[in-house]
Design a protein around this ligand. Structure first.
Ligand code: FES
Length: 165
């Protein structure tokens, strides 16, 4: 068996590898610092839940089992929820003020996803324009024309109940 690569194979192999390295190297998600690549691509810094059955939705009520959501165990933590079962994508934040918040996960400028910004008690969208909001959803900066949509919630033991009606 020959170990020689054809020129075409070499270009194909190195091209794919180079692109993969470029993509990995350009995102600041691991460091928490948003890069131009992240802004262009709309990379969310907030993860989906690690445990799939940590939440359920029925008849306008979303119930989160906080015991199954380590993402919300620390102040400033957040998780995003999405899927066909939900009427819209959501961002749930355990604010640095010790309160929980639920938002429609879409910037009011052009719909990009929202992330909390550590150490500021604010949220920002993942676009280049990076509109910012406070925990009440009010616009603090950027081109967003309206506040974020937020939802009332209640904490009942280890369950966070959010009304989407
Ligand atoms: S989508 Fe947020 S500022 Fe444009």
């Amino acid at each position: 068996m020959s170990t020689r690569l054809s020129r075409r194979d070499f270009i194909k192999l190195t091209g794919v590898t180079g692109t993969a390295l470029l993509l990995v190297g350009c995102s600041g998600k691991a460091s928490g610092k948003r890069t131009l690549f992240d802004q262009l691509q709309g990379v969310s810094f907030t993860d989906l839940p690690q445990i799939a059955d940590a939440w359920h939705y029925q008849d306008g009520t979303l119930t989160l089992d906080l015991a199954k959501l380590p993402e919300l165990a620390s102040l400033g933590g957040a998780v995003r929820l999405e899927g066909d079962i939900l009427p819209e994508p959501l961002l749930i934040v355990y604010g640095e003020d010790g309160q929980f918040y639920a938002f429609r996960n879409a910037c009011t400028h052009a719909g990009r996803m929202i992330d909390p910004v550590a150490g500021t008690m604010t949220l920002t969208c993942c676009s280049i324009s990076a509109s910012t909001y406070d925990y009440q959803g009010n616009v603090l900066g950027g081109p967003a024309p309206e506040p974020l949509t937020s939802y009332p919630l209640a904490l009942e033991g280890e369950q966070l109940i959010i009304s989407l009606n």
